[in-house]
Design a protein around this ligand. Structure first.
Ligand SMILES: [Zn+2]
Length: 352
């Protein structure tokens, strides 16, 4: 009996594995399929992980091949990104994670996204997590910058945008529908005060319904339609506002953190350069408000330095400081020369 098989049988005897025996069995089957696939030249292990961030591939392989399902899923739910990646590894994982019984994994994963708004009732957690984290245009499926239009529950890239959405003012102008209640138009924004757009299909349907009820003079049906539509649109609008404020706050937090790291890095570099005897040059930079050091690409990095990482950038910064020293010495020599010349002129004037 192979060591791996022996270990699996041993694992199955433990209470923890017994609780999730079905999932464990499924995982073992998937693991074996993947190994067999590699041996037979079929599906390669690297293909199974093609969508997963490279920094977790190694750990994922070990986790999946050697630990019970409940344990490694515990590892993956510690990061929503990791769980999302796991669900996209294969159809088997996708099917397992999208079962109703797996909902708790997603709920736990969502909690790892700091300060994220609660998942709205009309979305399941995996879809909400994907909307937040998965950088793919939901119209063309391509991995490219695609901002989230929260009111549409979609990420849309710039290429797909003209085809899918229309500026609200352009819509109202083009269809001569000034009287349409704005509350039945779902307006999507990517920033709180940015331009508002409508999904073309959604707007067309709303306009058609409004025109039909208005034409039929069926006031009761029109009122009911407007009320129901407005209620739904308000829910989406409130959800959008919540998400946009959350994103703004997160960006502000990130900006503050970047600023703090840059300042600490800068102070670290200053202390190192002072220790190397460049205090006069540093003072001259400060007095003349020169930014050649503070704006240097190796300095303006939001990442703390250690003594080890300092050694990797030290050479270039010392070179910069030496050039500043050369120009300082030249400047001081010039000053001294001028000073001596002035003193000589004064002496000559006194003698004459
Ligand atoms: Zn697209």
């Amino acid at each position: 009996m192979s060591l791996r098989r022996s270990q699996r049988l041993k694992d199955l005897k433990t209470p923890k594995a017994a609780i999730d025996a079905k999932a464990r069995s499924e995982t073992a089957r998937v693991s074996e399929q993947r190994v067999q696939g590699r041996r037979r030249g079929g599906l390669k292990l690297k293909d199974m992980f093609s969508d997963m961030p490279t920094d977790i591939i190694h750990e994922s392989r070990l986790a999946i091949l050697t630990t019970p399902a409940d344990v490694y899923l515990g590892y993956f739910v510690s990061s929503a990104t990791n769980l999302l990646s796991l669900s996209r590894i294969s159809k088997t994982f996708h099917a397992f994670l999208f079962k109703k019984s797996s909902a708790d994994y997603w709920k736990r994963a969502l909690k790892t996204i700091e300060r994220a708004p609660p998942c709205p009732q009309w979305l399941i957690e995996p879809a909400f997590i994907a909307l937040i984290l998965f950088p793919v245009c939901m119209a063309c499926g391509k991995k490219r910058p695609a901002p989230v239009y929260w009111a549409f529950l979609m990420r849309i890239c710039d290429s797909c945008k003209p085809r899918l959405v229309i500026d609200q003012y352009e819509l109202l102008d083009s269809d001569r529908i000034c009287a349409i209640p704005r509350t039945i138009l779902n307006l999507g924004r990517v920033t709180r005060y940015g331009r508002a757009y409508c999904l073309r299909d959604e707007a067309r349907e709303a306009i058609h319904a409004w025109k039909t009820f208005s034409k039929d003079e069926d006031t009761e049906a029109l009122d009911r339609y407007i009320e129901e539509k407005s209620e739904r649109i308000k829910e989406l609008s409130d959800f959008q506002s919540l998400c946009l404020v959350w994103l703004e706050n997160e960006e502000a937090l990130r900006a503050r953190e970047r600023d703090r790291l840059q300042k600490e890095r800068y102070q670290f570099i200053i202390s190192k350069l002072q220790a190397l005897g460049f205090e006069p040059e540093l003072q001259r930079l400060q007095q003349n408000r020169m930014t050649v050091l503070s704006n240097h690409t190796l300095v303006r990095v939001p990442e703390l330095l250690t003594d080890r990482s300092w050694r990797t950038i030290q050479g270039e910064l010392v070179k910069l400081m030496q050039s500043l020293r050369t120009s300082r010495l030249a400047y001081e020599a010039e000053l001294e020369k001028k000073s001596k010349a002035t003193a000589r002129k004064r002496t000559l004037r006194k003698r004459t």
